[in-house]
Write a protein that binds this ligand. Structure first.
Ligand code: GLU
Length: 368
């Protein structure tokens, strides 16, 4: 089983202080992530830095604090340059990457959320590194994610990652301003420990997050069983050193939820009035071989469901699993009992070969 982790780097981790992308910083980051990949991790990278990269190329407006259109233009110019640098660094390892630009709206709307989730699953299955940033061109006040720390939280939820690593200047959380000589770093914070009242470093002038948004991420994700790790990008092997506890602060996720976040989530949202009935072969494949449920194994449907609903899977009137369905009732009626390679000729748009992907399936026998 591979371990999904989301790694978020702030602008200064990949660009130069005065603007422009830093090929050197990106090379070091990719080499570190590649090492993790070799050790069984599947990283998803959230990278800021588009605005600061583009800053070098666009004339600064006179206004004191930069206009949003200036920042958006910088991002539009900077994003491809940032990606180019990533592609160059990744080429050394023959590791392809994908660019994903999203806004807050995309996570709020269920269909779009599912599309993000499916794309990420697919990319990771194919060994591709997803590189995510906010789509700054269309991000204005109402739809902005706010900062890439929040975006990283949303991506961690959407991808069911086990850990979120947030890299910034400070090497974690300290009991006082880390610039003071006797400041002590918290190495590990147990789930639900009270860390209010500790002094936090102020945010940098580049990028939108700060320690505040990082602690927000901790409050949001640790109850779901996700470990959130804060550390500095200024050290060598910035990400892997955190995973072996050589620095940074690890906020432990709720241990009872950790076992299987996706599974517990599925069982809480299942629609009890909707189900598919599967044949002997499909039931056996699901229970014994840990496979996805294919349309060919479905004999009958009951109730009404939409794509993305979590429904029951029954065999001989027993519920054997629950899972997130890829097609709505109408479509399922048309494709049940049919082979996956026939789907394209039956439906206008057959976006998936499976009815329920194994990543979105909880077998009753495994239920927590
Ligand atoms: N999306 C912005 C960029 O690429 C950064 C936002 C942030 O740092 O939170 O420059």
């Amino acid at each position: 089983m591979k371990h999904r982790i989301v790694v978020k780097v702030g602008s200064l981790a990949v660009t130069d202080e005065l603007g422009g992308v830093s090929a050197q910083k990106i090379k070091a980051l990719i080499s570190d992530l590649h090492e993790l990949k070799i050790h069984g991790y599947l990283p998803i990278l959230i990278s800021s830095g588009a605005i600061n990269t583009g800053r070098k190329l666009i004339t600064k407006p006179d206004e004191k604090r930069m206009m949003i259109s200036y920042q958006q233009s910088c991002a539009a110019v900077g994003q491809p340059l940032l990606m180019k640098s990533y592609i160059d660094a990744l080429s050394e390892y023959n590791w392809p990457c994908a660019q994903i630009l999203v806004t807050h709206e995309d996570f709020k709307e269920r269909k779009r959320f599912l599309n993000i989730r499916n794309t990420i699953n697919r990319l990771l299955d194919d060994g591709i590194l997803p590189i995510v940033n906010e789509n700054d061109t269309v991000s204005f006040e109402e739809i902005t994610v706010g900062d890439n720390d929040q975006l990283a939280v949303m991506m961690t939820e959407a991808s069911d990652a086990e850990k979120l690593i947030l890299l910034s200047e400070a090497d974690g959380l300290f009991d006082k301003n880390p610039k003071e000589a006797d400041a002590k770093r918290f190495e590990e914070v147990e789930f639900n420990d009270n860390f209010s009242g500790v002094k936090i470093a102020t945010k940098t002038s580049v990028g939108r997050g700060g320690m505040d948004t990082k602690l927000k991420a901790v409050r949001k994700l640790t109850p779901l069983g996700v470990d959130v790790i804060l550390g500095t990008f200024l050290k060598e092997k910035a990400v892997s050193r955190l995973l072996i506890h050589k620095g940074g602060t690890t906020f432990k996720g709720n241990p009872t939820k950790q076992k299987s976040r996706r599974k517990s989530w599925l069982s809480t949202v299942v629609k009890n009035d909707s189900y598919v009935v599967v044949d002997e072969g499909a039931a056996k494949a699901l229970l014994e071989k840990d496979t996805s449920l294919l349309p060919v194994g479905i004999k009958k449907l009951s109730g009404k469901f939409k794509r993305g609903d979590v429904i029951q899977i029954r065999h001989k009137s027993k519920i054997i699993a629950v899972g997130m369905i890829e097609y709505d009732t109408k479509e399922m009626e048309l494709i049940k009992g049919r082979k996956s390679d026939e789907l394209n000729s039956i439906l206008d748009f057959a976006h998936s070969k499976v009815a329920i992907h194994k990543d979105n399936l909880l077998l009753k026998k495994d239920e927590l």
